[in-house]
Design a protein around this ligand. Structure first.
Ligand code: GDP
Length: 365
């Protein structure tokens, strides 16, 4: 499943948020996952469409797709030099698809700020510097090795050294790898470099309840939003305290509570939507009497690879995908009615799966 790492300075509300998110997962009935690790939480991705399809099909089981949150503690000023918990964060960040960078935008005299006062853009800079420092170290090690190898006169290796040098100059100016125009992790010179600052980032501003829903009245949030925009990404405002309360409620109470706060959706749901958008992910469905289920794939995925997400045999033996668009499925009310109306298309290997497609795979075993 999609893996998101939560980072941020100490005392910004990471654990509070992480606990609220994990709790939201634990609360949902019939969810086939449990907590594997105190720092890992798996949360079902809420999707109205899944509920509507399930309402029509009435299957034995309904299985949402899921998203994994990892609480990555230990990033403090100097972490890259071994301060705090040292480098434990490195391997964790390497494994995630998306970094969720939490910054403190709430005032509270009882909660100490490790850097003195509230300044989320400065805080972002501190974390980013630690990651950049690590990337530089990793890069220099490879560059050294390649330089030695290049002495043999191998033109390809010399070109690799040149590419690594360009990336190093980019990082030395304080720029994250993700903003380097030539970044391509599949290029032989760059593969398996595992650059931390190559990961996509979403900023999460932890605000007071009064600043919900979008933090528009909070100058700190506005600055983070500007910063995010300058990097081509987004910043969301959430209130960790409120999320913790929402996570304790059942669906009906949740709806009432959100309405009383003038919120359309919980922070968790907004975060999940933003993560899907950021990573270009879409959802398709399978719908049978045993199970109605949601699956996540990157936009642009072809039918055989979508089948492979369910089972590698489905991809290997792929013949075709019987496809009903979500809206057709809902308006005709069932697979058979949609088929009779000519709304079930038989799609081949070249078909690009669309968000909301209800798919039935035909395959050879
Ligand atoms: P972490 O070190 O980043 O994991 O931060 P914690 O989640 O442990 O939070 C640090 C402190 O800030 C705790 O005392 C929390 O109760 C408090 N805190 C977290 N979120 C909020 C918030 O939205 N508003 C206020 N006033 N306090 C918060």
């Amino acid at each position: 499943s999609l893996k998101c790492g939560i980072v941020g300075l100490p005392n910004v509300g990471k654990s509070s948020l992480f606990n609220a998110l994990s709790n939201a997962g634990a609360e949902s009935a019939n969810f086939p996952f449990c907590t594997i690790d105190p720092n890992v939480g798996i949360v079902p991705v809420p999707d109205e469409r899944l509920d509507r399809i399930a309402g029509l099909v009435q299957p034995k089981n309904v299985t949402p797709t899921s998203i994994e949150f990892v609480d990555i503690a230990g990033l403090v000023k100097g972490a890259s030099e071994g301060k705090g918990k040292g480098n434990a964060f490195l391997s964790h960040i390497r494994e995630v698809d998306l970094i969720i960078h939490v910054v403190r935008c709430f005032e509270d005299d009882d909660v100490t700020h490790v850097e003195g006062g509230i300044d989320p853009v400065r805080d972002i800079g501190i974390i980013e510097s630690e990651l950049l420092f690590k990337d530089l170290e990793t890069l220099e090690r490879r560059e050294e090795r390649m330089k030695k190898m290049a002495k043999s006169g191998d033109k390809t290796i010399q070109n690799h050294v040149h590419i690594l040098g360009n990336l190093r100059q980019h990082i030395e100016k304080g720029n994250p790898v993700r903003s380097w125009k030539d970044w391509d992790p599949s290029h032989p010179a760059l593969q398996e470099l595992f650059m931390l600052t190559a990961k996509k980032v979403l900023y999460l501003c932890n605000v007071d309840e009064a600043d919900l829903p979008d933090g528009a009245g909070n100058e700190h949030v506005m600055k983070v939003k500007e910063h995010a925009a300058s990097e081509g990404t987004d910043a969301l405002a959430v209130c960790a305290k409120i999320e913790a309360e929402i996570a304790e409620l059942n669906d009906q109470e949740k709806a009432e509570f959100l309405a009383s706060l003038n919120l359309r959706e919980s922070g968790l749901n907004r975060l999940i939507s933003a993560a899907y958008r950021k990573l270009g992910l879409i959802t398709f469905f399978t719908a049978g009497p045993k199970e109605v289920r949601a699956w996540t794939v990157p936009e642009g995925t072809k039918a055989p690879q979508a089948a492979g997400v369910i089972h590698s045999d489905f991809e290997r033996g792929f013949i075709r995908a019987e496809t009903i668009a979500y809206h057709d499925f809902i308006s005709y009310g069932s697979e058979s009615a949609a088929r009779e109306a000519g709304k079930m298309r038989s799609e081949g290997r070249g078909y690009t799966v669309k968000d909301g497609d209800v798919l039935l795979f035909r395959f050879n075993v």
